[in-house]
Design a binder for this molecule. Structure first.
Ligand code: AMP
Length: 369
């Protein structure tokens, strides 16, 4: 490893600079498109040769996340590194952080990629969550279930998304089977047991925090899921101002406490008695923010680029209400029909095969007030 210091990134990156993006997915693709509009180049890094991001970046390194020689070449070719999903191995960003400015930091990634650390961080920041306990083996799972009560949910602390690695536990459940089902998804992971929240609505808030510590948040939105996968986002969430303000304040507070530079998406439950409980956080653009491309002054992707590049943040003002629908699996076959309605804004991700549940694109409808 070279022993020269990490280049200083105290000022904004000038147009023409290169943003390195870890990950090959659609979030990287839409971030790269926004970066191009601001005059930046992007270089994607990840294992997928034809990932959605690679198709629109100036350069792509196709390599494993533990290939240190490839990481060093990548670091030398870019001015700043960010990531478009949080299941990047921590060791990868720790290697990169020694070579090139990394935004958000490895510390932020380590919190957000691990459900237990995430919940403990919220607890330390006095932000409410569902009641939870760690589970390291079947015995501690039993103890956690005794303490939390049933029904509850066992989740793998790592590598879970879209409901993967989650097992619902009732009074009749066999805890050995539940543990094995969770481990089947993430073999090494410890678990976290969470109380089931009876929510009236699932919402999220996306907040940006710039290099100078300023924050700007988008309005809270409602997220409707099918089979644990986001199906629709309704912007704004139909909630009393007091609840929306509280949700936004929570997201800003978490971004500040983490000293995050970039975007933080905070998923929350609103309970029937109007509590706002944090479910999980993602330190990157988020599926529930895609509506901002068509309906806000600054999209979440442009905001992400601005934060990572050290530019001033843009306005998060909503120009109109919107509904975003994900196109999952073969729903993409409707693309012609969707385009037949001139009010639809269609976004496709360039993925070759439409496996069930795979996010192939989304469509946003603007709602004029
Ligand atoms: P997650 O991967 O944690 O976002 O969970 C996926 C979905 O499962 C969430 O969007 C909720 O619909 C549901 N879920 C997760 N955790 C809980 C919980 N503690 N109580 C009730 N529903 C939950």
């Amino acid at each position: 490893m070279p022993d020269h210091p990490v280049p200083d990134l105290s000022g904004p990156l000038a147009p023409g600079a290169t943003l390195g993006i870890l990950g090959n997915g659609q979030l990287g693709r839409m971030a790269a498109l926004a970066a191009a509009r601001l005059g930046y180049r992007c270089h994607a890094y990840g294992p997928e040769a034809d990932g959605p991001a690679n198709q629109v970046c100036d350069a792509a390194t196709v390599a494993a996340y533990d290939d240190e020689a490839a990481l060093a070449r990548f670091a030398a070719a870019v001015d700043v590194v960010t990531f478009e999903f949080e299941n990047i191995p921590l060791a990868t960003v720790e290697v990169l952080e020694k070579l090139v400015p990394l935004r958000p930091s490895a510390k932020v990634l380590s919190i957000c990629q691990h459900r237990l650390r995430e919940k403990e961080f919220c607890h330390g920041a006095s932000v409410p969550t569902a009641d939870y306990r760690p589970a390291e083996d079947v015995d501690s799972l039993q103890q956690a279930v005794n303490e939390i009560g049933t029904p509850c949910i066992l989740k793998s602390a790592e590598l879970g998304y879209d409901g993967k690695g989650q097992v619902r536990i009732t009074a009749d459940s066999d805890l050995g089977e539940a543990w094995n089902a969770m481990r089947g998804h993430a073999a090494q992971a410890i678990g976290i047991v969470e109380a089931v929240v009876e929510f009236r609505m699932e919402i999220s808030v996306i907040v940006a925090r710039g290099a100078n510590g300023t924050t700007r948040a988008y309005v809270p939105v409602e997220n409707r899921h099918k089979n644990h996968i986001l199906d629709e986002t309704i912007a704004p969430a139909n909630l009393p101002d007091e609840i929306s303000d509280r949700a936004e304040a929570i997201a800003r507070h978490l971004a500040q406490e983490m000293e995050l530079v970039g975007l933080l998406a905070v998923e929350m439950f609103v309970t029937h008695d109007n509590k706002v409980l944090v479910n999980e956080m993602a330190p990157r653009p988020h599926n529930s923010g895609h509506w901002t491309i068509d309906a806000c002054v600054t999209s979440q992707f442009e905001q992400f680029v601005r934060a990572v590049a050290g530019l001033p943040l843009g306005s998060t003002e909503r120009l109109c209400d919107a509904v975003m629908k994900n196109l999952l699996g073969d729903e993409i076959d409707d693309w012609k029909k969707i385009l037949g309605d001139p009010g639809n804004k269609l976004h496709l991700y360039g993925k070759a095969s439409a496996r069930p549940g795979r996010k192939m694109g989304h469509v946003t409808r603007l709602i004029r007030r």
